[in-house]
Write a protein that binds this ligand. Sequence first.
Ligand SMILES: *Cc1c(COP(=O)(O)O)cnc(C)c1O
Length: 361
Amino acid sequence: MPRPIYAEIDLDALRHNLNVLRERAEGRTVWAVVKANAYGHGLENAVKAFEAADGLATIDLCDAERARRCGWKKRILLLEGFFDETDIEPLQTIGVETVIHSPWQIEILKRMNPKDVRCHIKVNSGMNRLGFLPVEVNTVYDQLTALKGVRVMGVVTHFANAEPSYLGDAPASVGKQLTRMGRLANGETAACMANSAGILWHPEVGGNAVRAGVALYGISPDAHISSEELGLIPAMTLCAKIIAVQQIAPGEAVGYGSRWIAKRPSRIAVVACGYADGYPRSMPDGAPVWVEGQIAPLAGAVSMDMLEIDVTDIPAATLGSTVELWGKHLPVNRVASACGTIGYELICALARRVPINVKSA
Ligand SMILES: *Cc1c(COP(=O)(O)O)cnc(C)c1O
């Protein structure tokens, strides 16, 4: 018998979200970003649901291999490129395109003299994470195209702040990053710049391709804007059951560290989900949990395999009730903000021990 916990992955929601993003991409090539096991949704599920995408983008060659094994025939892009020279052979046999972000990668290409490697030049337009400065791009382009088996497909860059709740004019606004890109943003070389937030909120970004990540999974890249407003459907719903109920007196404490103390006679429900399932231990008392159509507050520290909620005011919540930790009824961004993080982190951290139920009409 499996534990009474599961993550439901809704393939139709993934398909729907891809359609929404495709429309917003207005004819640009759509890379579906499937890193981190498709943001926790399972790479194999993503390969199936994102059939209509133009390519898959990830950071791990193993993902590329897995995608090919389950039948993905279209393009695949490595967002951080290759990591050492042993990657060059598999790049070619699996047929994977690579980002080039640093001089050491060019040195490896020179040394290995590959037959057919397709490259995207990464430009650092202000995030200061990966990439060459815009002024260096011409030289990099010449160095790469001087190698017989190397083709340059275009340039890529990444925005640090494409969400609308990012206010003002700090060093790396989309506008400033575009200015730094200059003619690279819409010159004759193809440009791939927008992430989900860029696609949704910055039509001025342009380029010939986009990289859609979190929004494909039905999650708003900006916690202040709901998925609903964007027409997106959350594809992951994490559920677990109530496996015990405690009736406790005022002054009694719940859980490790006795953090939560009853102020009144209280009904406490024990839920079969803990931090080893990916539910953050840093979650504070009062964090929202959905049960029987209502929101119950978390009560006490999350344990490895269980957590407790206060269901004193929700009589329908009882032994065997299904609890939603995040998903269709309870936006993961709302849960994440209760412990100071973002929805991305919670979905990616879904633990392998959680059984996945795939749903498709
Ligand atoms: C993860 C990632 C994306 C996707 O970002 P979202 O915010 O999830 O849309 C796009 N580009 C790069 C380089 C990434 O690493």
